[in-house]
Write a protein that binds this ligand. Structure first.
Ligand SMILES: [Zn+2]
Length: 237
């Protein structure tokens, strides 16, 4: 089936705090609207894996070696903006040639990144085809849900904390034991939320200043309730 014209060649940017359920929802949305989803962390890993020896990105006379960026990545530090943006831009260019609509998950993380990408995004997609969705969570709710989230021991299947799974002790898919991940402590979740608030949240105002409306969606409720809100908005814009 041919997609309606208005669903062609759009750039969806999906923002949400850690623990908002963003990963699950972007998968569902990409599937529903047949968008190509770019998961930023996976894209970077791929670039490190496929880099030629000595490969670098040059921006304003400065060289950013892929090998150095890989070291930053492995130590958990944010990569430098010109490198991240070059990586995402190269992938967007390729997909754009194939006339695909794209969903970005995990990019941008800060205003500086988006400022860098904006000229390309405006030229390639046009302002009216950049759709920004923001999944809005209650902080206490997300701390609670994330510190109660579990994975299975065998395959690491994520088990969301919802009333249907509350009583589960074994993975419904493989029967292995459910465990809590070491970085899902309330303290670490609070730190990740603080970083989001400081670095990523100001992007909402930035987009609005650029004349790109931000569609705010409540993340409260079950996966299907939240998705139905997102779908309504994504189809309506
Ligand atoms: Zn499992």
């Amino acid at each position: 089936m041919e997609l309606p014209q208005q669903l062609k060649e759009r750039l969806y940017i999906f923002l949400g705090a850690p623990g908002s359920g963003k990963g699950t929802q972007t998968l569902l949305l990409a599937d529903k609207l047949r968008l190509t989803r770019i998961e930023m962390s996976k894209l970077l890993e791929e670039r490190f894996l496929n880099a030629e020896p000595g490969e670098y990105v040059e921006s304003e006379g400065k060289k950013y070696y892929v090998a150095d960026q890989q070291k930053l990545w492995e130590s958990g530090v944010l990569n430098e903006t010109p490198f991240v943006v070059d990586t995402v831009r190269a992938r967007l260019k390729r997909l754009k040639r194939e006339e695909q609509s794209i969903l970005l998950d995990g990019f941008p993380r800060a205003i500086s990144q988006m400022e860098y990408l904006m000229p390309f995004a405006l030229e390639s997609f046009g302002k009216e085809n950049i759709i920004v969705l923001y999944l809005d969570v209650d902080e206490e709710d997300t701390i609670f849900r994330n510190s109660h989230r579990r994975i299975c021991e065998l395959v690491r299947h994520p088990i969301l904390y919802i009333k249907e799974t509350e009583q589960l002790t074994l993975c419904p898919l493989d029967g292995s034991k459910l465990i809590t991940r070491s970085f899902d402590t309330p303290e670490l979740i609070t730190t990740r939320l603080a970083t989001f608030r400081k670095e990523t949240f100001p992007l909402l105002e930035y987009f609005e200043e650029q004349g790109i409306p931000v569609h705010r969606i409540s993340a409260t409720g079950s996966v299907s309730e939240v998705f139905s809100r997102i779908n309504t908005i994504a189809q309506g814009v």
